[in-house]
Design a protein. Structure first.
Length: 221
């Protein structure tokens, strides 16, 4: 095999993968395919591990690119590097473990598996810091995940934490729409009032009640 545009070698075809590495063609294959080849050949008897280590280094860099895109440099101390390193180390371990579920996850769903684990680690880091990333500089307001510089991982944590704290289903429904960017009232399109069949004043009141509830909760944390 000499052209990275061809069909990839089978995972266990270590000779072909060695040639891919030698010819600098790894970037021509999907990450999941490379993960499969690593898992098939890592510490396999009779296989030269030099090219396998090169594949591990290559996919490790790709992992870091994805993880760094999910962990905000502004939401955590040390520009989020500690969280990134924790996720990366855990996923490299999973990559090289023949029995790890996340190892197979990387093979089948490379980016989504990394994203899920980034969310998990971001959530744990936030809990460990005993603070909430929801607040903006104005203590009377709440950050909007659509406009603040949060990564996908922080947005996921942000939304889940807010929704978990709203027990009134009517207020919850209004606030979900508010977080999706729907206004309380609108002459030119759907609004919280029109979608829920309530008055604009009631829509605004429900959103404001949730904001006040969350601001009070955060202030007491």
């Amino acid at each position: 095999m000499s052209d990275a545009d061809d069909e990839p070698p089978l995972p266990g075809d270590h000779q072909s993968w060695r040639r891919v590495v030698e010819h600098g063609q790894l970037s021509g294959f999907p990450e999941g395919v490379i993960v499969g080849a690593i898992r098939a050949n890592y510490r396999r008897a009779g296989v030269d591990q030099h090219f396998v280590r090169e594949m591990v280094r290559f996919i490790s860099r790709r992992m870091l690119e994805v993880i760094r895109g999910e962990i905000s440099s502004t939401a955590f101390p040390n520009q989020g590097r500690d969280v990134v390193e924790d996720v990366h180390a855990a996923m490299v371990d999973a990559l090289l473990s023949p029995t790890a579920a996340d190892g197979e996850g990387l093979r089948k769903w490379f980016k989504s598996t990394l994203r899920k684990r980034s969310i998990d680690h971001a959530r744990k880091a936030i809990i460990a810091m005993k603070r909430n990333p929801d607040m903006v500089d104005d203590p009377g307001g709440l950050a909007d995940p659509q406009t603040e510089l949060f990564s996908h991982a922080e947005q996921e944590v942000y939304v889940q934490r807010i929704l978990d704290s709203i027990r009134d289903k009517d207020k919850r429904a209004a606030f979900v729409l508010h977080m999706q960017g729907v206004s309380c009232t609108s002459k030119n399109g759907p609004s919280i009032a029109s979608i829920l069949g309530i008055s604009p004043d009631t829509a605004a009141s429900r959103v404001a009640a949730v904001q006040k509830q969350l601001a009070k909760k955060i202030g007491n944390s």
